[in-house]
Structure formats: C-alpha cells, structure tokens
Ligand binder design. Structure first.
Ligand SMILES: Cc1ncc(COP(=O)(O)O)c(C=O)c1O
Length: 373
C-alpha cells in the first residue's frame, strides 16, 4: 500500500518533544501512572499486581470489553473490539470496508487518516467541507447530494477535530439516516465524546443507532491516557467486527497487557477521570475566551462546543505558517497552522487540554501584541 504522509503527525514528529509548550495538542494532560493505580478497585488492583506479560486475548481483555460496552446503551461486550489506539481502528475499518470502486464521504477538515487510508485502499473519497461562516456545521442536504450508489462509508467526528464543532442531535440523526438510506456504514469518530461543554449536548453514540453505526473510541482524549494506546470499535454489526479482527491479525494481533489493565482501572473510575478532564478543559477554555475577546481584531473565534481543540483564524495579513514559525522561534510555543490539515483558510489549531496552557497563552499574547499590535 502507498499512502500519503500524515502531515499533522509529521509536524508533531518534528516539534512535539523539543518545544517548551505544545499549545496545539489534542490529547489531555496525561495522568501520572501512580495516580491511575490509586484509582484501582480491588479486582483490577489484583489483576495489576498479578499481571503476566504474555500475549493478550486478541479481541481485548474480556473485562475491558465489558467496561467499554458499558459506555453505550445497546452494546454487548462481544460487540467491542480493542485496538492499539484509535489510529489502528481507523486503518482497519477503511481496509475491511473499502476497496477500488467504493466511495466514502468524510467530513473535512479532518484527522488525516480518516480519509487518507480510504484513498490508499483505492476508494474514491468525497470530502464534506465544513465552513467557518456556517459555524463549522454539517450541511445534511449537501451531504445527501454527495451520496452515490457506490457510497459504502460516511465518516463523521463529533466533537470535531480541529473545529470543536458538535452537531445538534437532529443533524446527527439525519447524518445516520443518510448513511442507512445509502446502505452505507457510519463511522462515528467519538474520541472526544464526554468532553461536551454542556453535557446535555452529548449525542447518542453511533453504535447505538443500529447496525450501520460504528463508534470509534480511545483512552487518549477524554480519558487523558494517550500513552496507553488503547482504542476500540463498537458496533452491532458483528460481521464487520469479525472482519476487523481478521485484519488485526496482520497489524498488532493483540493489545499491550499493562495498557489493558490500566484502561480497565480508568474506565471503572471514569467519573473521577472525566471530572478531571472536564475541569481542565473548562478552565483553559475560559482563558481562551479572554484571549480571543482581547484579540478579536487579530483572530476570529468560533467557540468549540466540545472536545479539546479549536480552529481560530488569524485575520492579519500575516500567513499563519509564518505566524506559527515566528511564535515558535520567539517563545517556544507550538501552534499547528491549518496547512497541516491541508486547509487554506489561515486558521490555526489550538489544543486546550494541557496544564501549561495558561503560561503558553500568556507567551502567545505577548508575542501577538508585540508583532501584530
Ligand atoms: C479525531 C481523531 N481520531 C482519531 C485520533 C487517533 O487517536 P490515537 O492517536 O489515540 O490513536 C485522533 C488523534 O488525534 C483524532 O483527533
């Protein structure tokens, strides 16, 4: 398979671990492992202490699958398949559902693998472009017009990376209906689910909307445990999961034994885990609101409705690539220019899930005042 470079990941590969402040990460500040272990209930604590480092069960530890299933309304443990990160799950879904002659529709701008893998396996991909002028909302009528007789997959991501958009429930159901009417699967990338700013805005999970729905989840974002590299697919379509399991025999076979138990601990303690995440997001977003209020002359700001990223636009005549490079050089603060999403609109992706955001944002504000006035 030939596949295009993943621009955002190449960007992070170059900068993430050498800069002073990463102000564009989508993950949340990772938990210290000792604090995760302190959350363990007696059963998972015993599993941790007695853990043997052999291969693990290919579909995922049975207790972990059960715990993941409990995140959904209708999903049984055998309707969950564990992967090494959401990324492996995306790679697998595109490979088992799509091939030459097939068509997929992917909401865009997007996390690149959501459309790049589909293209690499030979499918034709139509991007469903979101526009800042429409509040980054999905346009269901336009989406319907993009469906063809060959459409096998529609991919949405809510809350959305990079814009922070979260469709209302009616729009989301209409998207699911569009997929069902087309006889296509709906891949619902829900890695930022549970980070809705208003919890009443939480959408039903794709997997709970019937067999064409596939929910994609991960420990990296809402659960703030990216280092575990545990992700999953949940779907009532067990034939699809079976095909995915067969494909995974050729990627990683099974997940890491310690990561599975740590994920189990965190999911069982999810009220505490998610409360920490939501607090971090809310505090940081309040600071971003202040920044963009003061800097409205230089930036447009569509406030995210969920997730941990936002996609403001630099209004100044300075190209965003230059702004980002100069900010990094002057202050050691990393922001991701929209060009790493292939987006031409002079936007930048900011992440607000990290604990050093207050410091990083102060540095960015001082830089903005100095250079843009
Ligand atoms: C929308 C979306 N989907 C999937 C992923 C992949 O998650 P992971 O890197 O934890 O596998 C990301 C990571 O940034 C993402 O933003």
């Amino acid at each position: 398979m030939r596949i295009e470079d993943f621009e955002l990941e190449r960007f992070f590969a170059r900068y993430e671990f050498v800069v002073r402040h990463v102000l564009c990460a989508s993950d949340l500040e990772g938990w210290p492992m000792a604090e995760v272990l302190a959350l363990a209930d007696p059963e998972s604590d015993a599993l941790w202490r007695g853990l043997r480092l052999g291969y693990t069960e290919a579909p995922g530890h049975p207790l972990l699958r059960a715990e993941i299933a409990s995140l959904y309304e209708t999903i049984a443990p055998n309707e969950v398949l564990v992967f090494n990160g959401a990324e492996e799950a995306i790679f697998t879904v595109a490979n088992v559902l799509l091939g030459p002659g097939d068509h997929a529709i992917v909401v865009w701008p997007a996390y690149q693998s959501l459309y790049a893998v589909a293209r690499a396996v030979g499918a034709e991909v139509s991007l469903h472009e979101l526009h800042e002028s429409e509040g980054w909302a999905i346009d269901v009528d336009r989406l319907r017009q993009q469906v063809t007789p060959r459409t096998k997959l529609i991919v949405v991501n809510a809350p959305h990376n990079p814009t922070g958009n979260l469709p209302d429930a009616a729009t989301y159901r209409a998207v699911a209906e569009t997929a069902a009417d087309a006889g296509a699967h709906l891949l619902s990338d829900e890695v930022y689910r549970f980070l809705e700013l208003d919890p009443t805005d939480r959408l039903p999970a794709g997997a709970d909307l019937g067999p064409p729905g596939i929910s994609l989840g991960v420990m990296s974002k809402s659960f703030a445990l990216a280092g575990l590299r545990i992700g999953w697919l949940a779907s009532q379509d067990t034939r699809l999961l079976d095909a995915a399991a067969r494909f995974k025999d050729y990627t990683t076979i099974c997940a890491s034994a310690p990561a599975e138990i740590l994920s189990l601990i965190a999911l069982r303690a999810r009220d505490a885990v998610l409360a920490r995440s939501r607090r971090l997001i809310a505090d940081n977003l309040a600071l971003l609101d202040g920044f963009f209020g003061r800097q409205s002359e230089h930036f447009s700001w569509v406030r995210p409705r969920g997730g941990s990223v936002a996609f403001p636009r630099l209004r100044a005549s300075v190209p965003v690539d230059r702004f980002a490079a100069d900010l990094l050089e002057a202050e050691g603060v990393l922001v991701a220019p929209g060009t790493v999403f292939g987006h031409p609109g002079n936007h930048l992706r900011l992440g607000f899930g990290r604990e050093d955001l207050p410091v990083a944002l102060d540095l960015m504000e001082a830089f903005t005042r100095r250079t843009l006035g």
